[in-house]
Structure formats: C-alpha cells, structure tokens
Design a protein around this ligand. Structure first.
Ligand code: ATP
Ligand code: 4MY
Ligand code: MG
Ligand code: MG
Length: 359
C-alpha cells in the first residue's frame, strides 16, 4: 500500500461464520498485501478497539447496531461493511426480492424476474384459495423472515391443498418453477461477481404432481457437504457438469444493479433458469455475507476488496486533512476580514456525514 501504515479490517462474526470465513489462506494473502484481519472482541465496546479502516460484520440486534453507530461517529473515515439498515432488507423474503422487480436491465437475448409469490400472514388467508388463485401447484412455502435461524431455512414443497395443513404463517408462497435441478449461485464482493452451479430440487412434471401427496419438507438443499461435492455419482446425477452457465455479462449486470439497489457489497443471490422458457432467469433468494469460502478464489476476491477499502479510507483521511488545512487558512482570512469590516460571517462549519462506501 502507498501509505506505510498497515491496513486493519476488524471482523465481528458468529463462531460458525468465523470458522468458515477466517481461513489461514485468507489471513496470509491479506497480510502479504499489507492488510491485517483482526477479531473484534464482542465483549468490549467497539469504540475502545481499533483503529480499523473497515469493520466487517454479520451480527444483528439493537446493541450491536448502536455500537456501530457510535463507532462510525467517532471514526468517520472508517467504512462499515455493510450498513445494518441495508442488511435488514434481506431479512424479509418480500422486501428482499422487491429490488429485483425494480431493476431495469437491457438484454436482447435474456430476461429475468422473480417467481409469482404472495405473503400469507394467517391460516384463514392460507385456506382461502381465492386470495392466491393466481399461483399454480406446486408452490414453495418459505418462512417470511430470513434472519439466518435454522427455522428461517425450513421450507416445504406443497403439491396440493392437503399440503397446506402443516404450514405455519407468516410465510411466502412462491410458485415452484421447473429448472432442471441446478441452481446458479452468484457471489458478489464489491465489484467482483462469480457465478457457480449447485444442486437444487428436481423438476416436478404434471403427471408426477398428480400422484404426489401433500407436501415435502426440506432445508438448504444447495448447501452441500464437501463429501457430497466430491461425489462424482452425485454430480452426474444432477447434470451439474453439463449445465451451461447463464451469460456472464447478463449476470454481472443483474449483480451490479442489485448491489446499487440494495446498497450492499457482500451478498449472493440464487438464480434458476425457467425450464419452459430457456432464456428466462428467476432470482429466488438473496443472502447477506454468504459462505464465501465455498467460492473458488475467495481469498483473492476478498483481499482485493479489503485493499480497495483501506486505500479509500486512507485517501479520505488525506483529503480531509487537506480540507482541514485549507479551512484553517480560510478561517484566518475570515478573522482578518472580520476585524477589517466588522461584520458577522459564517465560518463554514458543517456537520460531517459518515462516509458510505461508494457503490
Ligand atoms: N420458486 C422456486 N422454484 C424452484 N425451486 C425453488 C424455488 N424457491 C426455492 N427453490 C429451491 O429451494 C431451495 C431453497 O430455497 P431458498 O434459496 O429460498 O432458501 P434459503 O433457506 O434462503 O437458502 P440459502 O441456504 O441459500 O439461504 C433453493 O436453493 C432451490 O433449490
Ligand atoms: O453456511 P455457509 O457459511 O456456507 O453460508 C450460508 C450462510 O450461513 P452462515 O452465515 O451461518 O455461515 C447462510 O446465512 P444465513 O441465511 O443462515 O444467515 C446463507 O447465506 C447461505 O446461503 C450460505 O450458504 P451459501 O449460499 O453461500 O452456499
Ligand atoms: Mg437460497
Ligand atoms: Mg437464503
């Protein structure tokens, strides 16, 4: 780095995330580029720790939010990745996908959107099929809240009316779209975008649907263990190798649009290709700070991102230093003029806004 001080990224993560994300390979690559990753002690006040060029976090709660606010006020040049308000939007499966519907992307060959869906708050509406007759079975029932708890990942594939009995509102009912049993996970790290293939639910044909009973519960189908991932038989069965990835530029345009719309830097989104219309893509899920360690080349992508943040924080520091000096000169001028013409003047003191990472 141009500055001779080392960059410092503080991280506050749950133990499981820390274990998967903070790997030696990441630590050493960052170190070699002049950036240290330092664990934030969650038992101590954040403002008593640091200095940090950047605070990386995936923690919720009012207490933590206050700590971040306080830290940002005292350290206006540091960047918080990402803002709790922006992350919050992903905790609700309706607001999460709203941003996709608002996106405008030009493509001559491909289209995108979200599956038809409705939010159900009570049993009465759930059994009143008129209220959601525009949806066709099968539907996926997802908990409305996506807060990372095990409960929030518990889903059901519902084949008919009988399958509604087990559902517990508030839920989102989303039309199940056949997509060839393969899902695309698009990882975003600032400007960086990487799309990979994963296992998904198999297609449900019209004939099969008639013979299926009630519903099928499932949870995190695309989260494979490494054993499963290394199993050749499994790959062949799911046709992962034969599946063609969506066009990279189209996916990158969606990713950049989501990044801007969501004001987030670290997330992934799940995309399926509608089997009925080969060039139509549907975004079905967006996750904050996903399992990056599963992404090929995660160390390089994350290290580049951290280096960029440190550079930005240092240049803002320098710029601010310059402004302070210029203000000093300017204020002296004002003082001189004040004496000379004896008028009151505004010394230009402005409340400084905390910096938001430019996206
Ligand atoms: N509308 C849909 N049509 C077809 N398959 C779907 C649909 N919605 C979800 N699925 C399947 O169910 C899986 C889980 O759904 P979703 O990704 O919404 O849940 P999640 O618990 O938030 O997942 P994650 O672990 O990625 O956070 C998807 O990966 C996909 O295989
Ligand atoms: O378990 P991993 O580390 O791989 O990451 C998963 C992550 O769990 P974690 O944040 O507890 O680690 C999940 O977050 P929550 O919704 O539960 O908050 C969600 O983002 C999954 O989509 C991630 O898997 P991926 O989509 O990347 O395959
Ligand atoms: Mg998902
Ligand atoms: Mg999810």
């Amino acid at each position: 780095m141009a500055d001779d001080r080392r960059g410092v990224v503080g991280y506050a993560l749950l133990p499981k995330k820390q274990q998967s994300f903070i790997q030696d390979s990441l630590l050493s690559l960052c170190k070699s580029k002049g950036v240290d990753l330092v664990k934030i002690d969650q038992e101590r006040r954040l403002t008593d720790q640091g200095p940090f060029d950047c605070v990386l976090h995936k923690l919720d709660g009012e207490h933590w939010r206050k700590q971040l606010e306080e830290f940002q006020t005292q350290n206006p040049n540091s960047t918080i990745i990402d803002s709790p308000a922006s992350i919050e939007r992903l905790h609700n499966r309706i607001s999460m996908l709203q941003v996709v519907s608002e996106l405008k992307i030009e493509s001559e060959t491909d289209t995108f959107g979200i599956p038809k869906q409705i939010v159900i708050y009570d049993k009465e509406t759930l059994f009143d099929q008129q209220s959601w007759e525009f949806l066709k079975y099968p539907v996926v029932a997802k908990p409305l809240i996506a807060d990372g708890s095990a409960k929030s990942h518990k889903m059901a594939l519902v084949f008919n009316h009988e399958g509604l009995n087990k559902l517990k509102p508030p839920i989102v009912l989303q039309e199940f779209v056949n997509h060839g049993g393969v899902i695309f996970k698009v990882y975003v790290v600032g400007e960086f975008v990487k799309c990979v293939k994963r296992k998904s639910l198999p297609d449900v044909s019209e004939e099969k649907l008639e013979s299926l009973e009630g519903s099928l519960s499932f949870s995190q189908v695309s989260n494979l263990t490494s054993d499963e991932r290394n199993d050749d038989k499994y790959y062949k069965l799911m046709d992962l190798e034969d599946t063609v990835l969506p066009p990279q530029s189209f996916i990158t345009d969606i990713a950049r649009g989501l990044r801007r719309g969501l004001k987030l830097n670290l997330f992934n989104f799940d995309v399926i290709r509608d089997a009925r219309i080969g060039n139509r893509y549907l975004v079905i899920d967006i996750n904050y700070f996903p399992g990056y360690a599963k992404m090929p080349g995660y160390e390089t992508a994350l290290t580049d991102f951290f280096c960029g943040l440190v550079r930005k924080s240092r240049s803002e520091e320098k710029e601010k230093d310059g402004i302070d000096k210029r203000q000093l000169v300017c204020n002296c001028d004002v003082e001189v003029r004040k004496i000379a013409i004896n008028t009151c003047c505004n010394d230009g003191e402005e409340q400084e806004k905390p910096p938001i990472l430019q996206v």
